[in-house]
Design a protein around this ligand. Structure first.
Ligand code: SME
Length: 157
């Protein structure tokens, strides 16, 4: 299988719709979770050029940094802490238009201004999160939430 990614210009919807089948191809038949999370991070970064995109995985009582693309980041996040730890605790997606307004936000980088965190579920339990960050305020919306949830839903653990 060729590992080239076709990156397109277009509306956000067109970009996701072009990307999702490619992500499906990349992860289908590959049973290694880390390999799949690594390729999903790379594919999202290549298509959208976001500041930071990656995964944290639940290990005992913390989220631990997993595959990502972007600047170095905090390695461990406690349950209920920051946007990632809150998404873990509540088991739901959190859209943050302005990180300054989110109580307890963890600033891995002062450049990050808005973010979305989507929980990764196995049998109804959160086993990790996808975190995407932008250096622009108000960068993500419900359309991102919809497609990112779809992408996270494709990951089998
Ligand atoms: N901002 C996140 C921490 C992770 S980094 O942004 C990569 C949070 O508040 O949980």
């Amino acid at each position: 299988m060729a590992e080239d990614l076709s990156v397109i210009k277009g509306t956000k919807q067109e970009q996701y719709q072009n990307l999702i089948p490619q992500i499906e191809n990349l992860i289908t038949g590959e049973g290694d979770l880390i390999a799949n999370l690594a390729n999903i991070s790379a594919a999202l970064k290549e298509q959208f050029g976001w500041f930071w995109v990656g995964f944290y995985l639940v290990k005992e009582d913390e989220l631990v940094l997993g595959p990502f693309q972007g600047p170095v980041a905090c390695t461990r996040i406690k349950k209920g802490r920051g946007v990632c730890g809150t998404s873990w605790q509540e088991g739901k997606t959190i859209l943050v238009p302005d990180v300054e307004q989110f109580p307890g936000h963890i600033a891995c980088s002062s450049l990050s201004q808005s973010e979305v965190v989507v929980p990764l579920l196995k049998n109804g339990e959160v086993v990790g999160v996808l975190d995407v960050d932008s250096e622009y305020l108000n960068y993500f919306d419900q359309e991102d939430v919809l497609y990112l949830e779809k992408i996270v839903g494709m990951i089998s653990i």
